[in-house]
Design a protein around this ligand. Structure first.
Ligand code: HEC
Length: 114
């Protein structure tokens, strides 16, 4: 009787652990997806995905920005710079971004742009 109960308890917690692991996985997958979706919604794909524009690809950008990994303010600083643009390289899609979206997109790029 006692060991039955024990097995039941173990069974329950294993299921819980699986459920938890699954929830975490689903959540992280969702976050990554949300940012790729954000890039789609903000028209970033037209130039940075596989097109004929002379814009760096996502893997190239991810490689360039990976050095900011683990730096808390990097995404918002880089996002702000992206919005401001550079001399002679003022891209409307960059300028149109809100600071929040620019930060989220830069965080996505810093994390590998997957
Ligand atoms: C009209 C084409 C176009 C669109 C749309 C576009 N980009 Fe760009 N982007 C470029 C070009 C060209 C460059 C390279 C020139 C430069 O560095 O400014 C660039 C550079 C970048 C860089 C690197 C900047 C640097 O100096 O390292 C990032 C990051 C970036 N884009 C993100 C985005 C995001 C996020 C979006 C969507 C909101 C987006 N781009 C939309 C053309 C585009």
């Amino acid at each position: 009787m006692r060991s039955d109960l024990y097995i039941l308890v173990i069974g329950l917690s294993v299921t819980k652990i699986y459920a938890l692991a699954f929830a975490v996985l689903a959540l992280t997958a969702n976050i990554a997806n949300a940012n790729r979706q954000l890039a789609v919604r903000n028209g970033c794909m037209g130039c940075h995905a596989d097109t004929e524009y002379d814009a760096p690809t996502w893997p190239e950008l991810a490689a360039k920005y990976q050095r900011y990994q683990g730096q808390a303010d990097a995404a918002s600083i880089q996002g702000n710079q992206l919005r401001q643009g550079k001399l002679f390289k003022n891209i409307k899609a960059h300028r149109k971004l809100s600071q929040n979206n620019a930060t989220d997109l830069m965080q996505w790029i810093i994390d590998g742009a997957n």
